[in-house]
Write a protein that binds this ligand. Sequence first.
Ligand SMILES: [Zn+2]
Length: 274
Amino acid sequence: MPTGVRGRYVRGFAVGLWMLVAATAVAAPDTGGVAENVARPEAGWFRRLAALSGIGRPPPVVALDPGHGGRDPGASAPDGVYEKRWTLELARSLQDCLEGAGVRAELSRTSDHYVSLRDRAAWANRLGADLFVSIHLNAVGDAHSALLEVYRPAPRDPAARGTVVPGPRHWVPLPDLGVLQDRLGRPQRTAASARLADELHRALVGTVGGPGVQDRGVKIAHFMVLRETHMPAVLVEPATLSNPSQAARLHDPQFRRRLVQALCTGVLRYLARR
Ligand SMILES: [Zn+2]
């Protein structure tokens, strides 16, 4: 990333986090004169703000995964619109929101083309993302059902059973450092995924929940993109495409904006509290 762009992310994330922290009253220092004090880094509270906001560290990296694409259209709505179109639109808007707060956000696909599930996970791992959010929309047999679901990875990957951890006196071939790091870090990843899922679920309930929407909460799933990614990961299904009124709401830019704002808030709260 060019230095100038990186600087913009760092400053933006600092300001975004500052606003979030101030708004949620996690800390309530004097918010006046931020620009003036940033110009005088010897100020004591500047160092505290810098530590809080991550100034001097690279900006957090969020991997956004718009579900489906290309020859895989996903679910179809009664109005004929496919899931792949909405997931890309929502992911792009979420990218804008996060980047506006100084977070670097990247997409697993930026157009209507097919990307395998394995490639999506491998991409996020290569990116070294701090967290992974896969965006989908639900489809169920009952056209009257409207569900809200958030998924997180299983606490223990069945494939990891029997994994040998190399001790100081035993040399063990390391087939894939990334996989080994993932195995060793899995308890932390599981706990962090649960926190991320809770933040996103909480933000979504207050926005797209309500009468007529069945809140299924946070569930565990063995989806490949959750299983194969090495960082905290979630998959959200914030609306139900098979429900005609829910499908119609997706055409309303105001509704989509609220939905994206909820996802953005959930991610920023997670980042601010990790
Ligand atoms: Zn889907």
